[in-house]
Design a protein around this ligand. Structure first.
Ligand SMILES: C[S@@+](CC[C@H](N)C(=O)[O-])C[C@H]1O[C@@H](n2cnc3c(N)ncnc32)[C@H](O)[C@@H]1O
Length: 448
């Protein structure tokens, strides 16, 4: 913390040096001014620490109870799930359970009106952490667009619309606007929210924005998907001495439980590919998940992208890490009011269910559909290589408090214990589009 404070004070000096009013801050300059400035800065810093400490002290680690409206909604989703289970003869696959919990028309987590993002919701994504994320992402997007004729942007799953607004705003400032900004959003509720936010924040750019119902046919430009792949339903499996089992979901009184059944061929084949790649069989009792929809989605992306780059951001690892012996149990994660846990069967329809991404599977599907991996890097290195420093320079004129807030946001985006290392960016390219220079610091494609 001391080092940070020192860095911020050095930064503050640097700022006042650049102050057009002519005030100076160097070892020979106006000492009185420096003292006043530093005192103000320290008071602001201490206030922030006090605020964070108060929030921390008030933080309740108990698992939160849903309010009555959410609980009633979850009951309806559970009822829907029980009907599906009965109709299927007593159980449904885990992937079907996840599909209904997240996307059942009018009921699922992403489709009905839950808050989802931000402090009032269940989780925070990178564009929600800081507007700097979208502004930096815009730089490699602009770099690719600049090398294409009439390139568009296509965003999958735009959430609150935050990333679209920030990318569009920054592209406008960089003078590299796309011919269109298309959004494919499966949730009608989110689509409405995206439109409100974009109308509010970038009204002059609304002429470029369209909501579409399916992937493009023949696309030239840049595709973006932030935290979309982790929201695809996954199949859960268990290895036994006699073969692979599929983990299914059945009713259990008022709640749900898992049962194992013989795995259909498609899951057995997927596990065989994993084991072939690892060079050994997964041990009996080993449980994990596999995203069958992911491969299909990447292949469809490859058939629609004629020329350009797709930037895929998500938390994920290589296949070797995904199916490592110590990851028995898999990478499924649920989020409810900022509590992360592993029980996907509770709170149907009112909690987010996600699974980390096997980026080797993404790369394989991309190559199979004629794309090339243009880069694969942790989010921190991608942002630093993509122009984070330039973005921060242009914010030096902010007041000290805003700089401190920004510094905290950048830490969340880049520190290894926060979003810096677990979140990755994979870029896929086709048709001779430029390799984004954002991967100049690190490219871990060889680890896949
Ligand atoms: C975790 S949210 C991320 C939202 C946003 N990209 C962000 O970073 O804040 C997942 C988003 O993906 C959308 N989604 C899920 N499956 C999708 C699909 N197959 N095609 C397009 N969007 C999808 C959801 O509706 C939601 O907007």
């Amino acid at each position: 913390m001391n080092r940070n404070l020192r860095a911020l004070i050095v930064q503050a000096c640097h700022n006042s040096r650049a102050d057009p009013s002519g005030s100076t801050c160097n070892e020979y300059g106006s000492a009185g001014q420096v003292v006043v400035w530093h005192r103000e800065f320290l008071v602001g810093y201490l206030k922030l620490i006090l605020k964070e400490f108060t929030i921390h002290m008030q933080h309740d680690d108990r698992f939160p109870e849903p309010d009555s409206a959410s609980a009633a909604h979850s009951q309806r989703v559970a009822e829907f799930m029980r009907e599906r289970i009965a109709a299927a003869g007593g159980s449904i696959s885990f992937a079907e359970f996840m599909q209904h919990a997240l996307y059942a028309p009018g009921l699922g987590y992403y489709v009905a009106g839950a808050s989802k993002f931000g402090v009032a919701g269940d989780f925070v994504t990178a564009p929600e952490v800081s507007r700097v994320f979208g502004r930096v992402v815009a730089r490699p997007v602009a770099e690719v667009l600049a090398g294409l004729d009439d390139g568009a942007v296509f965003e999958y799953g735009a959430g609150s619309g935050r990333l679209a607004a920030d990318v569009l705003g920054a592209l406008n400032e960089l003078g590299v606007l796309p011919v269109r900004y298309d959004i494919l959003e499966v949730s009608p509720d989110l689509r409405e929210r995206q439109e409100c936010l974009l109308r509010d924040e970038v009204p002059e750019l609304m002429r470029l924005v369209r909501w579409v119902d399916g992937p493009p046919e023949d696309f030239t430009g840049v595709m973006i998907a932030n935290e979309v792949l982790d929201a695809f339903p996954v199949e859960r499996f268990r290895c036994t001495a006699d073969g692979v089992q599929q983990i299914c979901v059945t009713g259990h009184g008022d709640s749900f439980a898992t049962i194992a059944a013989d795995a259909p061929g498609i899951i057995q084949d997927a596990v065989a590919v994993i084991e072939r790649d690892l060079g050994e069989a997964l041990p009996p009792g080993y449980e994990s998940e596999v995203s069958l929809g992911l491969r299909e989605w990447v292949v469809s992306l490859g058939t629609t992208l004629r020329q350009g780059v797709a930037f895929l951001f998500d938390y994920g690892v290589s296949r070797r890490e995904y199916y490592a012996p110590d990851r028995d149990g898999g990478w499924l994660r649920c989020h409810f009011r900022h509590h992360a846990h592993g029980d996907a069967l509770i709170l149907p329809g009112i909690q987010d269910i996600t699974a980390w991404v096997d980026f080797t599977a993404v790369a394989e599907a991309a190559v199979a559909s004629g794309m090339e991996v243009a880069g694969f890097a942790p989010q921190a290195q991608f942002l630093m290589g993509g122009g984070l420093d330039l973005e921060l320079q242009s914010m030096e004129s902010l007041p000290a408090k805003a700089q401190l807030e920004l510094s905290a946001q950048v830490k969340t985006l880049t520190l290894p214990g926060a979003m810096g290392e677990n979140f990755k960016c994979m870029a896929l390219r086709r048709g001779g589009a430029k390799v984004p220079s954002a991967f100049r610091l690190t490219d871990r494609t060889h680890t896949l």
